[in-house]
Design a protein around this ligand. Structure first.
Ligand code: M6R
Length: 620
């Protein structure tokens, strides 16, 4: 959950190590914001540290009050607290008892109690409540014994249980940063006369787009001119290089008041870019990244989507489309439930892991479990260089660009788009749709970015209603068919951004219990299916609206433009463009995202960094 940056370079002038580390922390702050800290190797060969509870801005204030001396290398950390309260003392870095090394950590050292006892027996007193401090003392001792920081890191990493990314600097190695990882992310950025380490590529995209993946259980050493990697046995490893296709400017606010607002506005591009280059000259879908043998994909008899949070709602939307287009049963399972229920998975199962970060620990563990059972795993992921695609059989990248706001918006739409592409690809491969039907759906998809733009351009009304509801204490969301996951996503956005109680329900479930919640003035959003859809879903949902309105609900209706049937029963209507039924979530969720963002802003809340949350949930 924490964000980690490391830097070493030959251009030491102008405080570059500190600038690079602080800039990286600013771009990684979405990973955690309980405290922040830096450690620099100073030019007179010493360690200088600064750390402060609270958001990065507090550390910036401290550095202004008490500037650090010029440095040659540095590491920085932004924390999401696990062990110990989020205060100054528990903030990282932690320095070894002999003052020789400073360490930062993302993850949990599960055997820290026994290591702590061992250190206590050696006369070392802990100053913090963290698991990380034991690592600093162990590393200091190993460094004193070996005189080699990378070797010391390798030796102690083998003793740690749990999950970790660790970075360390030593006071007498001015041009060296060492890192290691086990079940926690770390990527290398390759510069000219300088190199970088980061929890993800956002840490260094302002400086380089050339990067290297670090595998499980490896130790990396960066100097200004070299990157060396060994595994935990000490054997040299040649890591895979890749080029980041994200635009550095995409990780800046670009004039918007918040990343959340900017990312909502990015959504037409996120969808268009995810669709780009997916067909050949004959119009057939070509998913080059999906390097699973076609014979395997032809014989799968079940798909299980595993994901968490918003990504799981993207999976639920995809279920409706994939089952309809491919006639394959699709289950959607929260990743943290999946592996604990003895799921029926075998070589004919395609498991689709959906994740923006590619680092969600629950999803990663579910991927491993599925592969152990013989399933083929395909990852739908946004972040290059992350762990889930590396551990999957295949990957379909979404091209949403960096998503910085903790609450997911553009990644959600890109995930749905990628899942639709997968469904259509399977339909093409298995012959469950004719080529002209697939071409027609692809054309419908290509028209979605303009429709999303229309919703954003016409968002004045939903923003106004949101501002008027800043005092709301509970909002309900109803949807049916593909509108059901949209309702749940709308509720999740409101909970996490505005701290308002919100629940999403299947509209058909209303009379089985939730309708008891309706009382005078209770606001309820209803995602109304298209009147052109199947069966009588539209009229059934209109009946639901009448039922709750009769009991005093204030009805906030999302409906397709031209749907006048809703007017007599709606206190507010937010029209969205006409869209084919299965693709409708891509447009109908947008007013709900805008509503949550605007209402939270009206309450004066930080919409980019909501309380208690972190963007990448890298511990279970
Ligand atoms: O990085 P992932 O897509 O795997 O993250 C999954 C969830 O943690 C994430 O979608 C979370 O629910 C967001 N805060 C939702 O806005």
């Amino acid at each position: 959950m924490c964000g980690i940056v490391g830097y070493v370079g030959s251009q030491h002038a102008n405080g570059r190590p500190l600038d690079v580390v602080m800039g990286g922390l600013a771009r990684l702050e979405y990973r955690g914001y309980d405290s922040a800290g830096v450690a620099l190797v100073t030019q007179d060969a010493g360690l200088a540290t600064a750390k402060k509870a609270g958001k990065l801005v507090n550390l910036e204030g401290l550095l202004e009050e008490r500037p650090l001396p010029p440095a040659t290398a540095g590491i920085g950390h932004t924390r999401w607290a696990t062990h110990g309260a989020p205060n100054d003392v528990n903030a990282h870095p932690h320095v070894s008892a002999d003052g020789s090394v400073a360490v930062i950590h993302n993850g949990i050292v599960e055997n820290f109690a026994s290591l702590r006892a061992e250190l206590a027996a050696d006369g070392i007193t802990m100053t913090s409540e963290t698991d990380t401090e034991v690592v600093a003392h162990l590393l200091g001792a190993a460094y004193a014994a070996t005189g080699d920081l990378a070797e010391a890191m390798r030796l102690i990493a083998r003793r740690l249980h749990g999950t970790f990314t660790l970075l360390a600097v030593a006071r007498d190695t001015p041009d060296l940063v060492v890192g290691t990882r086990h079940d926690s992310p770390l990527v290398v950025g390759l510069g000219e006369g300088e190199n970088f380490l980061g929890s993800d590529v956002a840490a260094f995209i302002a400086h380089t787009r050339e990067a290297m993946e670090l595998g499980q259980d490896q130790v990396v050493s960066i100097t200004p001119d070299a990157v060396t990697v060994v595994d935990f046995e000490g054997a040299t490893v040649e890591p895979r290089r890749f080029t980041v296709d994200w635009d550095a400017a995409a990780a800046e606010k670009g004039g918007f008041a918040s990343f959340m607002d900017k990312e909502i506005h990015d959504q037409p591009h996120a969808i268009a870019d995810t669709l780009l280059g997916r067909t050949d000259d004959a119009g057939r879908l070509v998913l080059d990244e999906v390097r699973v043998d076609e014979a395997v994909l032809r014989q799968i008899d079940k798909i299980i989507v595993i994901a968490c949070g918003t990504a799981a709602y993207a999976g639920q939307v995809a279920k409706y489309a994939i089952e309809h287009w491919c006639r394959i049963p699709v289950e959607v399972e929260l990743a943290h439930e999946f592996r604990y229920r003895d799921p029926v998975v075998n070589a004919k199962t395609l498991v689709v892991a959906v994740s923006q970060s590619g680092e969600t620990m629950d999803t990663l563990m579910a991927v491993r479990h599925a592969r152990e059972q013989g399933a083929t795993v395909l990852a739908i992921v946004n972040t290059h260089g992350s762990t889930i695609p590396r551990e999957s059989d295949a990957v379909l990248y979404t091209h949403a660009g960096p998503e910085v706001a903790v609450a997911s918006t553009k990644a959600f739409l890109a995930q749905i788009t990628a899942a639709y592409l997968l469904g259509l690809y399977l339909a093409q491969l298995r012959g469950t749709k004719f080529p002209d039907e697939i071409a027609e759906i692809l054309q419908d998809l290509r028209e979605i970015p303009d429709k999303v733009q229309t919703v954003i351009d016409a968002s004045g009304h939903v923003r106004e209603v949101a501002r008027s509801m800043a005092d709301a204490t509970s909002v309900l969301f109803l949807g049916r068919h593909v509108g059901y996951p949209v309702a749940m996503e709308g509720a999740l956005k409101l909970k996490e951004l505005a701290y308002i109680h919100a629940e999403g329900f299947a509209a058909g479930e209303l009379k089985h219990g939730p309708i008891a919640l309706i009382e005078d003035g209770q606001p309820v959003f209803i995602v109304v299916p298209s009147p052109r859809g199947r069966d009588s879903l539209h009229s059934k949902v209109i009946s639901n609206i009448q039922e709750i309105r009769a009991r005093g609900a204030r009805t906030l209706v999302i409906a397709e433009e031209g749907d006048t049937d809703v007017l007599p029963f709606a206190d507010e209507v937010f029209y969205v463009p006409r869209t084919p039924v299965l693709l409708a979530p891509l447009v109908s969720v947008v007013p709900l995202q805008i509503f949550a963002c605007e209402l939270a802003t009206a309450k004066g809340l930080d919409v980019d960094q909501p309380r208690n949350l972190a963007k990448s949930v890298t511990v279970e």
